[in-house]
Design a protein around this ligand. Sequence first.
Ligand SMILES: [Mg+2]
Length: 250
Amino acid sequence: MTQRVWAFDLDNTLIEASRFYGYAILDFTRLMMGVLGWRTLSWWEIGQLVSKIDRGLVEKWGASRDRFPAALWQSYCRLCEFVEVPYDDKVGAEVWAIGKRALSRTNYSPLLVIPGVGDVLNRLSRRGDELFVVTKGDPVVQWRKWQGCELQRWFPRDRFIVVRWEPAAGYPGDKTEALLELRDRYPFHERFMVGDSIKDDILPALRAGMTGIYVPSNWHWHPGEIPLLLPNGAIRLRKITEILDGFPGR
Ligand SMILES: [Mg+2]
């Protein structure tokens, strides 16, 4: 009888919470168009500016919860310079608040759990498999998601592993070490890591001697993700529910 350990990535694997960045960029764009008036840039240029500045900050700040508000704020400053409008403190504070809203605890609810995920997790845990989340990010934000999305239904506190990602503070955000610990804890289990990033989920899985299961998502936000071919030994699924077809119960 084979026993199995499953490590799941969180964002865009079990839950979808990325939309709040999109909503914030829309709010920011609307605010900027009002503030800049007839001098405004087009909505897509404003969006592109935010995205360029945000990606620039990722290298140092990783997932730090200040990164995105800072990206919006820097975009506002850049726009002021570019169209020669004076910087306004009140607008600056509003911009920062919009950025923080993207990470607010009130965003997160069980509705964000991706359809089919609950069924997969229920069935795996019912048959006695060991379930973990291994997610990289800002611990404060990731724990807000754990609470808001009610993930304790499948992952008690000690099974929700947050790998802090903030390079400038000495946290490179590599999941390999956390996965190696799981390997040492369950040396005789079959071990899987399921995620939507080849760089952040699948390669660390292979380094830790686990089978990587790649389930791509439509949300393409993986800084440094090279459109890599799936490495040998990894599995690609279209949907997470296919886990149940590929690994029937014992
Ligand atoms: Mg992910």
